[in-house]
Design a binder for this molecule. Structure first.
Ligand code: PHE
Length: 478
């Protein structure tokens, strides 16, 4: 029976039969034969959009836009989403849907059993593991700020800003909130694809949208910073653009669209044959960008209405905004941090799902076992990140694990994973398989393949070289 299913799948893939996959992973094959799919297209879109929309949109995008000067950066970022993000997302969906397996298995299925390309899947599973460990700590801060908001922010600006330092400097509190967040993520992923991830995405995403629309309207129409925020985000001043900002926009496009680590491969593996990959990838990238811009409008309206500095950096939402929230009251601050928590949660479950799907498919573990064991290990690594006092020498200075993991994954692991994924689809996968999954072989298909062959890899290579401080035309001061 398994062999029959296998043979059928091989014919469908147009690849060589992979006879010994059945032997190595008996349970994995059973899983493939009965692989669960998303219950509805809407459920899939919400889950994948939920993965994409996260701390990257509400926390990182506004602050890097602030640091790199606004409108011109936004334009470059939009360009990066189109020429790098979108083609890569399509590639990941193709690999996932065709492979119907976790990233490690999917690369083998599209190439051959034991293929070296499975290493890209490995890299993805490792990235998911590491990213979730620190992501959960930052998400834990967001939950803690929901409660701080309920209690109200009081005191001088310095005192309010100081609360953040107190939180991150206190391992007890950071670990406590990290524990809560990881428990929530594990609880959802244990529920499975339809009853866990899809069901919760259907709750979290609409709630997030309602809150964000509310906050954006408040910012635009009820504060006097709205016009300035619009000008800041949409009026490009190209003199502010530097090579550094272009490369940051590119790197961010990766992170925010959850690319380069197999999250979209995994979610793609739960797609049925009827899904239209290109249309859905466009929808998801569009929604992710829209939410980032809306979050930017909400945040910068507040920042400008109080005459504050948009370029406050990473502390923008945990330090600068609370000072304003002391004026606006909990009616604005509580929804804001709930929004941040929801966004983080729907991303965290996709990170965990990549790791879990690997152990379920390849090692034959039950979902519950994989969630509990891997969730706990990720949690323990997160404890290291939550303890800011544990520091090691990295790139010439003492740093905590949170910063080190963030740096390594964003600058090396995701771009390398993305580069290899793109090369795999562009140069290794057969044209027939690719175009079948793409859904056409016309001009849009040809342009996408050309982009994937030449433009995307060069752009990503630049990001990697920049991360390694190897670009000759940049200045890297220590
Ligand atoms: N896209 C998420 C965000 O913007 C982060 C993420 C990266 C999630 C990679 C999954 C995979 O916050």
């Amino acid at each position: 029976m398994f062999l029959a299913v296998q043979a059928f799948r091989d014919v469908q893939c147009g690849e060589k039969p992979m006879t010994n996959r059945t032997n190595i992973q008996g349970a994995g094959q059973q899983h493939v034969a009965t692989r669960v799919h998303w219950a509805s297209r809407m459920g899939f879109i919400l889950a994948a959009t939920g993965s994409a929309i996260g701390l990257g949109n509400v926390w990182k995008f506004p602050y890097i836009t602030g640091v790199y000067g606004g409108g011109a950066f936004v334009l470059v970022y939009l360009g990066c989403v189109i020429i790098v993000g979108l083609p890569l997302m399509i590639s990941e969906f193709i690999i996932g849907r065709r492979g119907q397996e976790n990233p490690v298995g999917a690369f083998q299925r599209l190439h051959r059993d034991g293929s070296v390309w499975q290493a890209v899947g490995w890299l993805g599973v490792a990235s998911g593991f590491i990213i979730l460990s620190f992501y959960s700590v930052v998400a834990g801060w967001a939950i803690s700020y929901v409660f701080k908001s309920l209690a109200g922010f009081e005191g001088t600006a310095e005192q309010i800003q100081g609360q953040f330092g107190d939180l991150i400097g206190s391992p007890t509190w950071s670990i406590l909130w990290h524990t809560v967040f990881m428990a929530l993520s594990i609880g959802i992923v244990i529920g499975g694809v339809q009853k866990g991830i899809e069901r919760w995405s259907k709750i979290l995403m609409p709630a997030l949208l309602v809150i964000l629309v509310g906050l954006m309207f408040y910012g635009l129409f009820f504060t006097n910073g709205g016009t300035q925020a619009i000008a800041f985000l949409f009026n490009p001043d190209f003199s502010k653009l530097s090579a550094e900002s272009v490369l940051s926009a590119l790197g961010h496009a990766f992170f925010t669209l959850s690319l380069g680590m197999g999250a979209m491969i995994t979610y793609g593996s739960y797609m049925g044959r009827s899904t239209r990959i290109v249309r859905d990838a466009v929808t998801i990238s569009f929604l992710d960008t829209l939410i980032a811009l809306m979050a930017g409008l909400a945040i910068f309206s507040l920042v400008f209405s109080y005459g504050l500095e948009p370029a406050a950096g990473p502390g923008l939402i945990f330090q600068t905004l609370p000072v304003l929230f002391a004026e606006t009251g909990p009616l604005i601050s509580v929804p804001f941090f709930v929004l941040l928590t929801f966004a983080a949660l729907s991303s965290a479950i996709s990170l965990l799902e990549v790791v879990v799907s690997y152990f379920v498919d390849e090692r034959g573990w039950s979902r519950t076992k994989a969630c509990l064991i891997m969730g706990t290990l990720i949690y323990l690594l997160g404890v290291l990140c939550a303890t800011a006092s544990i520091q090691v020498a990295f790139r010439g200075r003492q740093q905590g694990f949170l910063d080190i993991f963030d740096f390594i994954t964003t600058n090396y692991m995701l771009p390398i994973g993305g580069l290899l994924t793109c090369l795999f689809i562009a140069w290794v996968v057969k044209d027939k398989v690719r175009s079948e999954e793409f859904g056409s072989s016309g001009i849009v298909y040809k342009t996408t393949v050309l982009t994937l062959k030449f433009i995307t890899p060069i752009a990503v290579l630049l990001v990697i070289l920049h991360g390694l401080e190897l670009l000759p035309f940049m200045e890297y001061g220590q």
